[in-house]
Design a protein around this ligand. Structure first.
Ligand SMILES: NC(=O)c1ccc[n+]([C@@H]2O[C@H](COP(=O)([O-])OP(=O)(O)OC[C@H]3O[C@@H](n4cnc5c(N)ncnc54)[C@H](OP(=O)(O)O)[C@@H]3O)[C@@H](O)[C@H]2O)c1
Length: 214
């Protein structure tokens, strides 16, 4: 597939490399192409860099991996006609500028409304799927927990888009739990707060969530 990654940070670069490793072509979108010079040098012939609009036009599937507060601005630059009908993997978290309190991050959204619902309602013809937001970038692709697969929680309104994302997650080595419609992002986005607490308090960043079932 052709994957357009909107975001040049650690998440954008990690997922871009992961999608290439899993035999896809990738264009990373940024307003700052120079930031990706080092990444591009080592990324091989399936990698390219362009504007947010270039990456979205190129893509069969889009990954949104920008700062949460910039997500709407970046989607505007991507262009609504380029997003139309596409699956958008939404890895963003609505982290506020204010500092964490005792290791607990602050969000600019509230518990009854998520960032992804905002994005979905502004771009109703795109198919957002919350994914990758509840784990650190180093564990997003081929997470290694001695043979145990961690759980990735996903949510979104379009079943075909979620099926597409589930198949990507299967290849990347995740167990997938579909939590339902876009409103479930209200529960998934705050998992980022929980995930980060051991990191801020004890410098432990190598865990992932697992849903135990019987
Ligand atoms: N870091 C993690 O381990 C992790 C894990 C799970 C989820 N997330 C979420 O994934 C997203 C990306 O995280 P990250 O750590 O890779 O990097 P980040 O620093 O949160 O985001 C970098 C990206 O955001 C864009 N950006 C920042 N400010 C902007 C602004 N004012 N206007 C337009 N674009 C702006 C940058 O654009 P340019 O490319 O133009 O510079 C860049 O592409 C975030 O929402 C984060 O919460 C992060």
């Amino acid at each position: 597939m052709k994957i357009g990654i909107l975001g040049s940070g650690i998440v954008g670069q990690t997922l871009a490399s992961g999608f290439i490793q899993h035999s896809n072509q990738v264009k990373v979108g940024t307003s700052n192409p120079g930031k990706l010079n080092d990444w591009l040098k080592n990324a091989g012939s399936d990698a390219s860099v362009g504007s947010f609009e270039d990456a979205t036009k190129f893509a069969d599937l889009v990954v949104l991996a920008v700062k949460g507060a910039a997500a709407l601005d970046v989607l505007k630059k991507a262009g609504s006609s380029n997003l139309k009908g596409k699956t958008i993997i939404d890895a963003t978290n609505p982290i506020a500028e204010t500092a964490p309190v005792n290791g607990v991050l602050q969000f600019f959204t509230n518990i009854n409304h998520s960032l992804m619902e905002d994005l979905q309602s502004k771009y109703p013809e795109a198919n957002f799927v919350k994914c990758f937001s509840c784990v650190g970038s180093a564990l997003m692709v081929n997470p290694d927990f001695n043979g145990q697969k961690p759980t990735m929680f996903i949510a979104g309104n379009n079943d075909k888009a979620k099926k597409e994302v589930k198949s990507i997650l299967d290849n990347f080595g995740w167990d997938v739990e579909d939590m339902g419609s876009a409103e479930a992002a209200r529960a998934i986005e705050p998992l980022c707060i929980l995930w980060c607490i051991p990191g801020f308090r004890e410098n432990r960043w190598t865990h992932a969530f697992k849903l135990l079932k019987k």
